[in-house]
Design a binder for this molecule. Sequence first.
Ligand SMILES: [Zn+2]
Length: 256
Amino acid sequence: MNWLEIAVILMVGASFGSFASLLIWRLPRELPWVSEHSHCTACAHSLGVKDLFPVFSWAFSGGKCRYCAAPVSWRYPALEVFTAVLFLGIFYQFGITLEAGCLSLLSVGFLVMFLVDLEHYILPDEMQWAVFVLGGALNYIRGFAWTDMLGGALLGLFVGAGLQNGYRYLKKRDGMGTGDVKLLAVAGFLLGVSSFPVYLISAGLLGVVTAIIWRLLGRGAVFPFGPALVLSLWWLLFFSNDSTQLISLLSKYSMQ
Ligand SMILES: [Zn+2]
């Protein structure tokens, strides 16, 4: 990649980071997420072009709103920088290809789901649909068989509904949200039948880690399962080849 390409990718990535912030704020509050103008959450003043430039607007205004001087969270520029670097990493790894474009947009969706569920215990339907469509496009580019995708979606739905009802039956209370069940179906659609068992294991392990961290932070016994589901789907989509190699390696050793 040359310098111009790197600069463009960083700028596009930062802009999507800023779009992710907007979604993270608006989706759980059920605000319209495209039509409405961006405005300061403290004084409601509409934001102009000068206020919407990723990272630089925040840095030049000293982390304050230009109209009411209310502090603007460091999370905005942090997310913009993170997304910019993430995009650069993806395009570096996969080249300037449609596959890299799909993976970058999917990553924005995953980031939004991860952070919204962590804070609000919600996996917004809009993001489920976005990830479903983008994942379908990615699988099409990768030449994935649609029968495997459909089978995976049904398997995910079946396993998700089973876990939800099983938990309810055993514990007499809800343990898994409907958003989690939908995400399992979406994950099955993206990964296919063959990778789904690995996905379940890795999501389950990450779920246990989340539960432990949640207790250590003193946030109670009810923890969001979405971040674990999102994170394992994310890494499996990136390293799908590696994970199939891992499975064949493991099965080879277990046969011996
Ligand atoms: Zn303001």
